[in-house]
Design a protein around this ligand. Structure first.
Ligand code: ATP
Length: 274
């Protein structure tokens, strides 16, 4: 068992943002969390990473409840579950390779961190991650000079520098056009397939989840109302998740209408190696 989430709940005042969530991840997986705006997707991810304190519940990893961690153990957990955000969160005026190496700071002494001291091995590893993500030629450019899709791949490389066990991606493609969205989702899928990492990804749109994720978790008003393989997600269930009426069509939750692949072909287009 990689992670076992039990009765995880978050209340903001009287409003319940996440209501007794139960999730088990038994082996490395690519999981998409879908739901309407306000369904609780971000809050759920942020509780896992401990960016948002949970109101109650447990998150068990290797027998330890990560909600109880403090100090160095909490920092280690945050390193184990790297977070990727919609707005990339890069340092715009720093060059790309330095941005990537910032992912290492957790593993350095405070002094080394303060002076941005990176070893040659760090530089080599950062370049290798950039190369695998297809953006090594931009290593010396300022982050702000890159397109959104390129910046998000820099953010993924930075996350990988942490040597994480989980990658938590909060709406990683929400600011991108369909083509860049596809490149970034391909990169996340490859990380899962090639490096065996678990990727948990909040997505606005059902078609992206179907196309890239083996497992889909549907949230509605804080509750998990579906958890299973994408193939089992029927249109009736999609209606339940999105709270839509008879007029519901999957097209209304789609971002990637212009992509050249139908769904299964899209998934197969991702290289599956090693
Ligand atoms: N800091 C906060 N204070 C009060 N309420 C909050 C806070 N953060 C989130 N909420 C509320 O919790 C609920 C869940 O929000 P959350 O951002 O997790 O949803 P989401 O599914 O990620 O939505 P989106 O797709 O728009 O990001 C919403 O009703 C939201 O208004």
């Amino acid at each position: 068992m990689l992670i076992k989430i039990e009765s995880l709940t978050k209340r903001f005042g009287t409003a319940t943002a996440v209501d007794a969530a139960e999730i088990r991840v038994e082996k490395p997986a690519m999981i998409g969390i879908i739901g309407r705006s306000g369904a609780g997707k971000s809050t759920l991810l942020r509780m896992i990473n401990r960016l948002t304190p949970a109101t109650s519940g447990r998150i068990l990893v290797d027998g330890t409840d990560v909600l109880t961690l403090k100090g160095a153990a909490l920092r280690r957990w945050r390193r184990d579950c790297a977070m990727i955000f919609q707005q990339f969160n890069l340092v715009p005026r720093l060059d790309v390779v330095t941005n990537v190496m910032l992912g290492r700071l957790n593993g350095h002494s405070a002094l080394a961190s303060a002076f941005n001291v990176f070893s040659e091995a760090d530089v080599r590893q950062a370049l290798a991650h950039l190369d695998r993500l297809g953006i090594a030629e931009h290593a010396l450019k300022r982050a702000e000079a890159l397109s959104g899709g390129q910046q998000q791949r820099v953010a993924i490389a930075r996350a990988l520098m942490q040597d994480p066990k989980f990658v938590l991606a909060d709406e990683p493609i929400a600011s991108l056009d369909p083509l860049n969205a596809q490149v970034v989702m391909d990169a996340l899928r490859r990380i899962h397939v090639e490096q065996g990492l678990s990727v948990i990804c909040n997505l606005h749109t059902l078609d992206t989840a179907r196309r890239y994720c083996d497992r889909v978790i549907g949230m509605r008003a804080g509750r998990i109302v579906f958890d299973g393989p994408a193939e089992l997600l029927t249109e009736a269930m999609a209606r339940e998740i999105y709270g839509a009426g008879a007029e519901f069509s999957e097209a209304t939750t789609s971002t990637s209408l212009a992509t050249p692949f139908p769904s299964e072909a899209g998934r197969r287009a991702v290289p599956v190696t090693g």
